[in-house]
Ligand binder design. Structure first.
Ligand code: TRP
Length: 358
């Protein structure tokens, strides 16, 4: 029976503690997929190095925090394989071999690569300006372009293809931004099969409609903007963050009609309202009251605190329970690596044979 189940593969770069955008955008979906699919979820620590190679000081701590968040959120190692990419060196071997048949132009034209390069250059510029003031010289975009013009970064999608193809993943839950990478994985698999025979499966994306989660300031929620609500927040910090959320600058008083949805008058839309949609049953009523000038922002924020308090407390409790088992992460990752390696080794032996490497 298990042979007919879809094989789901997905990874996350270890960024440390997860925020609620990561939860609603990916993790929640991962957890539900474990009910019906054979799932492999891994910490993409090598992918982290493609951009973060110069500073690996926090890498181990970030891996640990992220896996603790996975477990506390309910990702169950009894229902899926949870492991770390670098614990299964077959990922590197397959990436190397796939690199032989991957055309450079596929990589150079990958829109995700171009965009990421651009984004990272912007972030670095912002950091340089913050450090040195607005007169920061020289042109930082050019400098960081060089930092990121590495073999590893350009080859990011080849490694990602190896991650998926190694487990013959049929479905890959990813965000919209990852679609070009996945198309490349399919292309890489097709070329391999064309040259060496049908060994690798072409993975399909699994796009789940996930709400856009704005950060505290109305921009996209992102660690680099410092505008996140983490899954693990203390009650006080959750409260403080909600009270500081962007709402509708034109709503000066309770009886001013507000614009909760993104619109011309309030382009980012009210962040509090966006979160009510996720955490408060009957949230439509809140929008009506706001538009009618019958609900003020402070009361609105207090009611969001009420809605988010429960889930947040539950999560804190789960993290505390994990703290009582200090070896838990290591044990889960070791067992996951054992299971993943068995599958990875089997695929690699097919791959080597197809390529006549033995
Ligand atoms: N590139 C993905 C991201 O940034 C992480 C990732 C690495 C991944 N390997 C993968 C996702 C394989 C899906 C499948 O989010």
């Amino acid at each position: 029976m298990s042979e007919h189940r879809e094989v789901v593969v997905s990874g996350m770069r270890p960024t440390g503690r997860l925020h609620i955008g990561n939860y609603w955008g990916a993790l929640k979906n991962w957890i539900s997929l474990t009910e019906s699919c054979q799932c492999y979820f891994f910490v993409a620590d090598w992918h982290m190095l493609t951009t973060g190679y110069a500073d690996t000081g926090a890498l181990q701590a970030n891996i640990r925090e992220m896996v603790l968040d996975w477990l506390a959120a309910g990702l169950d190692p009894a229902k899926c394989v949870i492991f770390k990419q670098s614990d299964v060196p077959e990922h590197a071997e397959l990436a190397l071999l796939l690199g032989m048949t991957t055309s450079l132009s596929w990589l150079e034209n990958n829109p995700t690569w171009k965009e990421q390069l651009h984004e990272l250059a912007k972030t670095k510029h912002a950091q340089a300006v913050a450090a040195a003031g607005p007169t920061a010289e020289p042109a930082p975009a050019a400098a960081s372009r060089e930092d990121l013009c590495t073999y590893g970064f350009l080859g990011y999608p080849v490694l990602q293809a190896a991650d998926i193809l190694l487990y013959k993943g049929s479905r890959v839950p990813v965000g919209q931004d990852q679609l070009p990478h996945l198309e490349l994985s399919r292309e890489i698999a097709r070329r391999f099969n064309h040259l060496f025979g049908p060994v690798l499966a072409e993975p399909k994306p699994l796009l789940t409609p996930t709400p856009k989660i704005p950060g505290l300031d109305g921009r996209k929620m992102s660690k680099s903007y410092g505008n996140t609500v983490d899954i693990l927040e203390s009650a006080q910090s959750l409260q403080a963050k909600i009270m500081s959320m962007y709402t509708d600058p034109s709503k000066l008083r309770k009886d001013t009609p507000g614009h909760p949805e993104p619109c011309a008058e309030n382009p980012p839309g009210c962040v509090v309202y966006a979160l009510h949609k996720l955490y408060t049953p009957g949230w439509e009523k809140i929008g009506e009251e706001c538009r009618a000038g019958r609900l003020g922002c402070v009361a609105d924020k207090k009611s969001l605190i009420g809605s988010m308090d429960g889930p947040s407390a539950e999560f804190r409790k789960a993290r505390e329970a994990l703290a009582a088992q200090p070896q838990r992460v290591e044990v889960v990752l070791a067992e996951g690596a054992r299971q993943a390696a068995a599958v990875a080794r089997a695929t690699m032996s097919e791959v080597r044979k197809a390529m006549r490497l033995r």
